[in-house]
Design a protein around this ligand. Structure first.
Ligand code: GLU
Length: 306
């Protein structure tokens, strides 16, 4: 049982008291060019931060090398430029930070929270819940997946748009993977470590990531990170009722149309209209008018976006 143990605070992750009242971010993965759904997330995270005099950062989540789509990192950076979404610090790239994630795994290892696992996906069975088969096998780490232990307890958070959301990770998922057998650092670990180290206070992102949040809260607790405020945005859909995504070939943002697209993204978020101008001015106006109670309810935005 893990529940009696105190939370862990790896020396790497220190809780600075210089934390600002609000630090938010946009954290795209370069698995395809940015599309209209990504723009909605970027604009919402930017306006929410600016409306609260917060800092806003950009982080490229590029640990999953096999899924990187050629040219998409460049398109993301050009989009940030074209939409004049100006971050308050240099953009960071997770692929440059692999040593940090490895050292966090090592610390969790020393503290007994992670273990090597040789089970294949097939062995998990149809419900995909991992039963902890390798927990006590003490397998060597090299060439194996690394899992983190979870506990039999309800983890809940109050999403600013979606309301209360809970999961018992042991019941719903089981011990989950932090590093894959092929050596790739899992998104859950990288996102939690970086949100913590970058001093994030707020996460604004698509509702497709709602179900990942309890895993990140759990990891954040193990690492002694402060809790974050979450806001999961409804998703824009294509004409087949699927969320816009890189997988279903959502159209890349046309950077020659930045003001028009920005105007549409602000409207899709239910915000008061903004005049066409330089993107910087449009964003400033949108931030000054920002009201989260106007964002469409639920996890889907009505209307069809390509
Ligand atoms: N990198 C993730 C994505 O592009 C988003 C991560 C996050 O905002 O937590 O879907």
């Amino acid at each position: 049982m893990l529940s009696g143990n105190p939370p862990l605070t790896p020396s790497l992750i220190k809780q600075g008291d210089s934390r600002m009242a609000y630090t938010g971010r946009f954290a795209p993965s370069p698995t395809g060019p940015l599309h209209f759904g990504s723009l909605i997330t970027a604009v919402a995270s930017y306006c929410d931060a600016r409306a609260q005099q917060g800092k806003w950062l950009v982080r490229i989540e590029d640990t999953d090398i096999p899924r990187i789509y050629p040219g998409s990192e460049d398109h993301i950076l050009r989009s940030i430029d074209a939409f004049q979404l100006e971050p308050d610090a240099e953009i960071i790239f997770q692929k440059d930070r692999l040593e940090i994630y490895e050292s966090v795994i090592e610390q969790l290892h020393q503290q007994g929270w992670v273990y090597a696992c040789q089970c294949t996906r097939k062995m998990l069975g149809s419900n995909h819940i991992y039963a902890g088969t390798c927990r006590n096998s003490a397998l060597p780490f090299a060439g194996q997946a690394i899992r983190v232990k979870v506990d039999d307890q309800e983890i809940c958070f109050a999403d600013r748009l979606q309301g209360r959301h809970c999961s018992n990770l042991q019941r719903d998922l089981g011990d989950f993977v932090l590093k894959r057998r092929d050596g790739i650092i899992n998104y859950q670990l990288a996102v939690t470590v970086d949100d913590c180290l970058q001093g994030m206070t707020h996460v604004v992102r698509g509702a497709d990531l709602l179900d990942n949040t309890e895993r990140q809260i759990w990891l954040g607790r193990l690492l002694g990170c402060p809790e974050l405020q979450y806001m999961h945005l409804p998703l824009a859909m294509n004409d087949q009722g699927q969320k816009l995504s890189k997988q279903n070939m959502a159209q890349a943002l046309d950077l020659t149309q930045a003001p028009q697209l920005l105007q549409q993204a602000i409207a899709a978020l239910g915000q008061p209209p903004v005049e066409i101008a330089q993107p910087r001015e449009m964003l400033a106006q949108a931030a000054s008018q920002w009201q989260i109670q106007r964002i469409p309810q639920g996890t889907r935005i009505q209307g069809i976006f390509l």
